[in-house]
Write a protein that binds this ligand. Sequence first.
Ligand code: URA
Length: 234
Amino acid sequence: MELIKETKRLEKYLVECGIGSRREIKKYVHEGRIKVNGEITLDERIHIDEKFHKVTFNDRKLEKKILRYYMLNKVSGYITAMKDTNGKKTVKDLLPSFLDTRGLSPIGRLDKDTEGLLIFTNDGNLSKMIASPDNNCSKVYYVELDREITDEDIINLQNNVKIDDYICKAAKVEKITSKSINLTITEGKYHQVKKMIKAMDNKVNYLKRIKVSKLELGDLKFGEIKEIKIEDII
Ligand code: URA
């Protein structure tokens, strides 16, 4: 039998194993932490064939990780954590018991009383990419307000609101009614939407995330989870 050689760059293979971003991988290779067939390699651009080459990281054999992605319509009353914290209900309690949750984490945080779109994955690179403000990844929130929003509030919200000591990046506001808006932000600071609205002397009465990057919550029912593909998100 003749074996067909299927080569790929070491760097690409290491990304598929989920050990880090391209930049981190380059660093690991240059630090001599990657071995191919027992030999340290200092060049991430070499080509390897998974059938013939044994690749190790810190002397541990690497396995290709099956990357998984899920979307949940979070309901109010659950904290965004995968571990029970003092008996409080967590989003893990919303996941079906048959789902293998090992390695899965939510991307970003929603407050206990916030509802809507929460993505779970074991793909650390995607989590970092979505969370990093440098990547301008949009998150859209449907916000119900305590008092009517003025045109001046809308202009202010769109133009670098100051919360605590932080100047927010430009946001986008779509007015729905006099007391409700869709707010698009590209960061994920702690309580960011609530603080931005507070800076307008207003208050959030209800908050739901309806979109992250390309992925829309759509008609997913409350508490429901659905398996998705990375292409649905970015
Ligand atoms: N901003 C908030 O204030 N709360 C959330 O849950 C998400 C964004």
